[in-house]
Design a protein around this ligand. Structure first.
Ligand SMILES: Nc1ncnc2c1ncn2[C@@H]1O[C@H](COP(=O)(O)OP(=O)(O)OP(=O)(O)O)[C@@H](O)[C@H]1O
Ligand SMILES: Nc1ccn([C@@H]2O[C@H](COP(=O)(O)O)[C@@H](O)[C@H]2O)c(=O)n1
Length: 425
């Protein structure tokens, strides 16, 4: 019999990144105390995420993507990196409904405690008691080795109430990674208004949010491009964007702009420390500010831009979609489409170099690495997902340029492509 999927029954499903970056999907079925096979499916249980001997827990932050939910998720994530959880393995967990549903999944954690220490459970209860109504999932093996999920509501003064005890059964991997449904709500913003409303919700929490909104609101809406060409240079860190944009600027007597623009740079660190929802909304607004700079500048000279919307979207998609490149939204998916209200460049060039050359350049540069750069180095899957997302962007798409040759050769190629697409300058 096929494994129990979650499409037939309206049950929540859970996805966690298992060994080898494969998604492990499971659902819960049946209730009560007796160990039994719910439906006699004989389906394999997703045992791999429960360390033996040891204990395993789960928690999810309910509600659609919102600033309070995103910040709660971030607080929990930070707490789970410390103290009594230091010896635990904490994996990202998604709770989603039927495959194909458009609702954003709930985000949470699966906490594996290899020692099965009662202290971990106490600390988790303590953590969640301070956070409203979040229930704690506790996984335990039954008499026949089957797996159960006990869902506990945590009450004040150390009390807890069993909400549900249900058998854990494997679920089919959904056709699309469960995080795909949430991308447009939580990470990839396709309009000024969508990004603006997220940053607006932050004004009472993050003082810098007001300053960002003031700048955005001063920009003319629906900026239009002037008659001179606008060329965007994209790529992973250390692929040569700074080098190329500077040389193109000199060669074409162009104006060089970058996203995020200098006017929001002082607040970048603040927003980089915020959860995805807020961080990506900040970068999205940065693009709209740059758009108004491009509009003005392109009436007077060619414009070259170091990163723009494609960077914002590609990094957001690659961060949200865990695991393999195959988990990315399929080509032509709506997340790869350019926002209708954002000024479009004439040409977008994507610089690519081999991972080895990129590392050589990063080391040669010897600058301090950002957290994300460190992750890029450590996580070649992440790097592949960023690059593949860039390549899937549409309308305008990115034209790939092999940036491994010498600086002079790369510049020649870039100038040739600009001439071909934008005519004589
Ligand atoms: N074609 C090239 N051959 C060899 N080295 C290069 C080439 N282009 C750039 N570099 C060197 O590689 C390093 C990274 O280049 P650069 O700073 O231009 O990349 P970047 O894409 O702007 O990086 P980041 O996004 O992290 O700012 C620099 O030390 C630069 O001098
Ligand atoms: N338009 C942009 C530009 C940048 N980002 C984010 O910043 C990181 C890279 O910035 P560099 O200064 O190192 O070039 C990258 O990790 C993106 O997350 C962005 O989102 N949108």
């Amino acid at each position: 019999a096929p494994p129990a999927g979650c499409s037939a029954q309206a049950r929540p499903c859970f996805a966690v990144e298992g060994p080898g970056s494969d998604l492990v999907c499971f659902t819960v079925s049946g209730s009560g105390g007796a160990a039994r096979d719910p439906g006699g499916s004989g389906s394999p249980e997703p045992r791999c995420f429960v360390p033996a001997p040891g204990r395993c827990y789960s928690l999810c932050v309910p509600a659609a993507p919102s600033v309070p939910a995103a910040r709660l998720h971030r607080r929990l994530q930070q707490a789970l990196r410390q103290g009594p959880f230091g010896s635990c393995r904490v994996l990202g967990l998604l709770r989603y409904s039927a495959p194909g549903a458009q609702a954003a999944p709930e985000k949470g954690f699966l906490i594996q405690d290899p020692q099965g220490s009662p202290e971990t459970e106490r600390a988790l209860e303590e953590l969640l008691r301070g956070q409203g109504e979040l229930p704690l999932g506790v996984y335990e093996a039954g008499e026949r080795g089957e797996l159960w999920q006990c869902l506990w509501a945590l009450r004040g003064a150390g009390g807890r109430e069993l909400l549900r005890r249900a058998r854990v059964v494997a679920a089919e991997e959904p056709p699309l990674h469960p995080a795909v449904a949430g991308l447009r709500h939580a990470a990839v913003f396709h309009s000024l208004e969508a990004a603006r409303s997220v940053v607006e919700q932050c004004t009472s929490l993050i003082p810098e949010a007001t300053a960002v909104l003031d700048l955005v609101d001063k920009c003319p809406k629906h900026s239009k491009k002037g008659d001179f060409p606008v060329i965007v240079i994209e790529g992973l860190d250390a692929t040569g964007k700074t080098t190329v944009t500077q040389s193109v600027k000199d060669s074409l007597n162009a104006l060089l702009l970058r996203s995020p623009p200098a006017c929001v740079s002082p607040w970048r660190k603040t927003f980089d420390d915020e959860p995805t929802l807020i961080r990506r909304a900040f970068y999205a607004l940065g693009n709209y500010i740059v758009a108004s700079e491009i509009a003005k500048a392109s009436t007077e000279s060619p414009v070259v831009v170091d990163r723009y919307w494609h960077s914002t979207a590609a990094y957001a998609i690659a961060t949200e979609i865990s695991g393999k490149v195959q988990n990315l939204p399929p080509t032509h998916h709506e997340v790869y489409q350019w926002p209708e209200d954002l000024l479009k460049p004439d040409l977008v060039l994507l610089l690519t170099v081999s991972p080895e050359e990129r590392i050589r350049r990063l080391q040669g540069r010897g600058l301090e690495k950002t957290e994300e750069e460190t992750e890029l180095e450590a996580n070649s899957l992440f790097r592949q997902k960023v690059e593949e997302s860039y390549k899937r962007m549409e309308n305008p798409g990115c034209q790939e340029v092999d940036a491994s040759p010498s600086r002079e050769e790369v510049l020649m190629t870039v100038l040739h492509l600009i001439k071909k697409h934008c005519g004589s300058l």
